[in-house]
Design a protein around this ligand. Structure first.
Ligand code: ADP
Ligand code: MG
Length: 327
């Protein structure tokens, strides 16, 4: 797509979401466009126990945009393609079960690339008990494109959506942020599925998203989907990744900027009541989480200044239609 004007990726998704669509009788859709996964329910609810919910997510990676095949090699690409999808299942606190994989292979080395991809995909899928159950294989004169779709299951506690944040909630993240594109860490995402399941069991998670586009953008999605809330972040509490520090030696503010705006950390950002936050952040509690701020009734995302004032924080994460971070 060449001319998207000032709209950007999220405005386009919003437009798609607003198009009138009939809801067929017997619709499976419990949650459609706008979260990390769609939630589908089907069949009559079991007489005992909660109805089962199927989670569906898909993500496509393209050579030259999300990876460089010549530099990174096919195994790393397969690993990343599975990882980014599993991360969306983690964001719903779901259990990943099955995957299908569609590839457009570069013709001149199709078989070698396909085998390498498979090795990378399986490395992560096997570790998370995900079965590869289908796909589609094509070759062409263009660059490698791979699309993975993962199916998962919500636990009996239900899927966690982006839309449940409440004023007064604490904002938590599961790990250090920033600099992953520069360091190459973005090729080895560690989907936080186990962590999400543990947190979901230990506390009532009100809202959750995975950090793919950058904290400032992804937290903004939680705020919008939760009815236009706001948040105040404490700069000193945000865990800055060593990769971000190495990008900005001797410049802690610039390093903090990377943790706020860089994408592809694939940690989770969640909101819980202050009481739950206390427990989850207690010394020795696992998994490790970092309390970085608070949800407010007043809209807007802010960073607290050293003097206690609030500085607006623009969502500057990655927008695929604009092609770069920012603005
Ligand atoms: P994520 O970063 O978690 O993968 P995205 O920002 O890619 O999420 O997408 C946000 C939401 O928009 C998701 O619910 C996704 O399924 C939906 N979405 C994205 N692109 C399209 C599209 N072309 N048609 C319909 N839904 C889409
Ligand atoms: Mg996501």
């Amino acid at each position: 797509m060449s001319d998207t004007g000032a709209s950007g990726e999220f405005a386009l998704i919003d437009w798609i979401r607003r198009q009138p669509a009939p809801r067929p009788t017997g619709s499976w859709t419990r949650l459609g466009i706008g979260d990390d996964c769609a939630i589908l329910g089907f069949g009559p609810a079991a007489a005992s126990g909660p109805p089962r919910e199927l989670l569906v997510t898909t993500d496509m990676l393209m050579d030259g945009r999300h990876f460089h095949l010549d530099r990174d090699g096919p195994e790393a690409v397969g690993y990343k393609a599975m990882g980014v999808n599993l991360s969306d299942i983690a964001a719903m606190a779901g259990v990943a079960r099955a995957a299908v994989v569609a590839v457009a292979l570069p013709r001149r080395r199709a078989t070698e690339v396909a085998r390498g991809l498979h090795t990378g995909l399986r490395a992560l899928a096997d570790r998370h008990g995900v079965e590869l159950v289908g796909g589609d294989t094509n070759a062409w004169d263009g660059p490698l494109v791979i699309a993975v779709t993962v199916l998962g299951e919500a636990t009996a506690r239900g899927a966690v959506k982006r839309s449940g944040a409440r004023p007064g909630d604490a904002v938590l993240v599961t790990g250090p942020l920033g600099g992953s594109l520069h360091s190459g860490r973005h090729l080895r995402p560690e989907p936080r599925i186990d962590e999400a399941l543990l947190l979901h069991r230990a506390a009532t998670i009100h809202a959750m998203i995975d950090l793919s586009d950058g904290l400032s953008s992804d937290l903004s999605h939680i705020l919008e989907e939760s009815g236009g809330l706001g948040a105040v972040l404490e700069p000193g509490a945000i865990p800055v990744h060593d990769d971000a520090r190495q990008l900005a030696p001797g410049d802690p503010l610039a390093a903090l900027g990377h943790s706020l705006d860089d994408g592809e950390d694939f940690e989770l950002c969640l909101t819980v009541s202050p009481e739950d936050a206390e427990r989850l952040c207690a010394p020795g509690a696992l998994p490790r989480v970092y309390r970085i701020g608070e949800i407010t009734r007043a809209p807007g995302l802010f960073l607290r200044d050293a003097d206690g004032g609030l500085r607006p924080l623009e969502p500057r994460g990655f927008d695929h239609l604009r092609g770069d971070a920012g603005e």
